[in-house]
Design a protein around this ligand. Structure first.
Ligand code: OAD
Length: 246
């Protein structure tokens, strides 16, 4: 895989690198992306029809079971070379921040030390009424009920139409402002406001690098478009920029 020498020099000179990731980074761990057709029992549903407060109000059992299926998927998979290359980058660059749209926790399991979860985490639970975090849930209740107020417990993820966690969004905006290089990896860049981050990065004069096997709407804002799978491109890019591994 050949890379522009100017890109490699920019990576080596960077003190701060921000990696904005989407479902494509977890695809090589075996987790279907949102735009992949849902599989098996869930083939009849679209993510957009299940990941909403209205769907949960209308049919909490189906929505809870969909997330239980996704949680099992996550427990059965491992971080892939894309996640591991991002961890390795921390040893090569002074400051690396991951801003992820993913809710699978794989960046943290791979060893990334600074991860901003814009859309929450599938393994967290909170009460849909009092909004308290619920650590212990009973397996025989579907969905579980809140031990504090009796409300229905929901996954701790952002649903369509909901606001992003304010603190996560503020930290992501600060990271984007301070960064030297902004990677956009494995995202279709279709969902706002997350998808506005790469645009702001380019507008602020950052070096923007897009890694995706497909064309996306953000290709034209990236100075560098690396066409390929994250699990292949990221390790190759690090080897090219730091041949000695340090
Ligand atoms: P999508 O499913 O929309 O897009 C996945 C992207 O990953 C696509 O652009 C694929 O081309 C790309 N891709 C697939 N395999 C890849 C690989 N091996 N390496 C690199 N890229 C690969 O997923 P997201 O963009 O993450 O929001 O979706 C963003 C948000 O939309 C999600 O966080 C979720 C969804 O609705 C909420 O749930 C609020």
């Amino acid at each position: 895989m050949h890379f522009d020498p100017e890109l490699l020099e920019k990576l080596r000179a960077a003190r701060r690198i921000t990696i904005f990731t989407g479902a494509g980074v977890s695809a090589e761990s075996g987790i279907p992306t949102f735009r992949d057709a849902q599989t098996g029992l869930w083939a009849q549903f679209r993510a957009e029809d299940l990941a909403t407060p209205e769907a949960f109000r209308r049919d909490p059992v189906t929505v809870w079971n969909w997330y239980a299926w996704r949680r099992k998927l996550i427990r059965d998979v491992l971080p892939n070379p894309a996640h591991l290359a991002i961890v390795q980058l921390e040893r090569l660059v002074e400051h690396v921040i991951v801003i992820t749209q993913n809710v699978d926790g794989l960046h943290q399991r791979a060893g990334s030390s600074d991860v901003i979860e814009l859309h929450g985490n599938l393994l967290d639970n909170l009460c849909s009424e009092c909004r308290r975090s619920v650590a212990e849930i009973k397996d025989d209740e579907v969905p579980p009920t809140c031990p504090y107020c009796g409300g229905l417990v929901r996954p701790g993820v952002v649903w369509f139409g909901e606001a992003l966690p304010a603190q996560a969004w503020e930290r992501a905006a600060e990271a984007m402002d301070a960064t030297d290089v902004f990677f956009c990896v494995g995202t279709s860049s279709l969902v706002e406001p997350a998808a506005s981050l790469p645009r702001h990065a380019r507008a602020c004069g950052k070096t923007v690098i897009q890694i995706n096997p497909e064309v996306t709407s953000h290709d034209e804002i990236a100075q560098y478009v690396l066409r390929g799978k994250a699990g292949e491109v990221l390790p190759a890019l690090l080897r090219a920029a730091w041949p000695s591994g340090s």
